[in-house]
Every structure is written in C-alpha cells, then in structure tokens.
Design a protein around this ligand. Structure first.
Ligand SMILES: [Zn+2]
Length: 90
C-alpha cells in the first residue's frame, strides 16, 4: 500500500500552467522552491493508491478549481521570483 499526496500532483500541474504567463526564472531549482512553498501553505491530501484512486480523481476535480490553490501558487511564484535561491549571496 502506498500513500500519495494528491495535492502535490495538482500543484505541479497548476504551477506549470500558471508559470506560462510569468516572466520569472523557471529553472528546476525555482520551480521546486515554488512547489515547496505552495505545498506548505496548503493542506496535504493523502490517499492510498489502491482505495483512493477513484475518490482522488473525483476530489481532484473539485480541488483543482479551488481559488486557494491559485492564490498559494501565485504567492509562491512572487516570493521565489523576488528572491531566487541561486541569487542569494554565498
Ligand atoms: Zn531559477
């Protein structure tokens, strides 16, 4: 039995869509930082892959349209693009 955080997949997908309209740095390092910040500000949504598959797809449709996710991602994009980790002084 494996547990997956469905929120992680959703954020990954939505972040990449939202980044298409942004002019900020989109390197893997920044994307990972944005994902981490967005994930930390949203509730985790764990399902076990055997029982949860149908449920999570249904659930994902509802969560995906949630304004909370868009707000959390847009905040994460602003935060990271203002201070990219690779631009910090050594
Ligand atoms: Zn970067």
């Amino acid at each position: 039995m494996a547990l997956i955080n469905t929120m992680e997949g959703l954020i990954d997908e939505k972040l990449r869509i939202m980044l298409e309209g942004e002019t900020c740095c989109k390197c893997e390092r920044c994307i990972e930082d944005m994902k981490a910040i967005a994930l930390n500000s949203l509730p985790s949504k764990y399902v076990n892959t055997r029982n949860g598959e149908l449920f999570s797809k249904l659930d994902a449709g509802i969560i995906q349209n949630s304004a909370d996710i868009a707000i959390a991602i847009s905040k994460a994009i602003k935060k990271v693009s203002a201070h990219p980790a690779h631009n910090k002084p050594q």
